[in-house]
Design a protein around this ligand. Structure first.
Ligand SMILES: Nc1ncnc2c1ncn2[C@@H]1O[C@H](COP(=O)(O)OP(=O)(O)OP(=O)(O)O)[C@@H](O)[C@H]1O
Ligand SMILES: [Mg+2]
Length: 253
């Protein structure tokens, strides 16, 4: 059932989202909500449409229909840059830092492109975000030289520097080793404790198991399961939709 009136405890709501790309139905009336202060995980098979959904939520992909509500305000027609200013941050699935810019310059640029703040405030925000994401030691490194973990941290720092209430994470744990996933989990939990909510698309189930209050599973245009991590990961439809995916099976335990 679709509830189109925003619930006060929900920081973010997407209601009755319909999205088709060609003949592929990405979403056929999907409802997703993120309560304030929570971490919601989103899983689903490759190509299910998870990244597309994050695009719809952040404003760089247009849905065929449905509404997106943030802090009680209908932002369905609000462009991505303005949604970022309102407090919806996001990371991109494949970080592509510039070859010539340092870590600090990347983060500073994110602030300057999004918000009209003084140079000193932009500096402060960039340093604050880099510290929160464990990148202070690397501020002078060139973005293109970073190893994968630090590229992912930089993606997060660029989002955190905009002082977001909600961050949409797209597979920030993908490709990392166990210890690195552990570090990322610590960063996300500490950011959540300081008031940032997350909608986290991830194939590394361990990361969601350790952080998410609730998980939703997108498959075939629908949320085929929704609930606590334990409930969703044991759900027969979820196991079926991932059947044959060694990455999932090896990280789910
Ligand atoms: N701009 C586009 N043009 C055409 N097809 C697209 C476009 N963007 C996405 N698709 C298709 O839409 C479907 C959903 O893609 P999407 O990247 O959202 O999936 P995903 O769940 O994020 O997958 P993954 O887990 O591999 O990251 C796929 O079939 C993809 O090929
Ligand atoms: Mg994706």
């Amino acid at each position: 059932m679709t509830n189109t009136s925003p619930s006060p405890q929900n920081l973010f709501e997407a209601n009755n989202i319909v999205k088709r790309i060609g003949t592929v139905v990405i979403a056929d009336g999907v409802d997703i909500h993120v309560p304030a202060g929570s971490i919601v995980g989103m899983i689903g098979p490759n190509g299910a449409g998870k990244t597309t959904m994050l695009g719809i939520f952040s404003g760089n992909v247009k849905a065929n229909s449905g509404t997106v509500v943030f802090k009680g305000r209908d932002v369905t027609s609000v462009a991505m840059a303005k949604r970022a200013r309102l407090g919806i941050g996001r990371t991109f699935q494949i970080p592509r830092p510039f070859d010539k810019l340092t870590v600090f310059e990347h983060t500073l640029l994110a602030v300057q492109q999004s918000q009209s703040v003084s140079m000193s405030e932009a500096h402060e925000r960039a340093i604050f975000a880099l510290e929160r994401c464990g990148l202070l030691k690397l501020v002078n490194e060139i973005g293109g030289d970073l190893r994968l973990l630090d590229r992912k941290r930089l993606e997060m720092a660029r989002a955190v520097a905009l002082d977001p209430a909600l961050v949409l994470l797209d597979e920030v744990a993908g490709g990392l080793n166990n210890a690195e996933v552990g570090q990322l989990i610590e960063i996300v939990l500490s950011l959540r404790d300081s008031g940032i909510s997350f909608l986290w698309v991830e194939h590394v189930i361990r990361a969601l198991n350790a952080t998410a209050d609730r998980i939703v599973c997108l498959s075939g245009g629908h949320l085929i399961a929704e609930g606590s991590p334990a409930e969703v990961l044991a759900h027969p439809a979820v196991i079926e939709s991932y059947f044959g995916s060694p990455a999932f099976m090896s990280t789910a335990s």
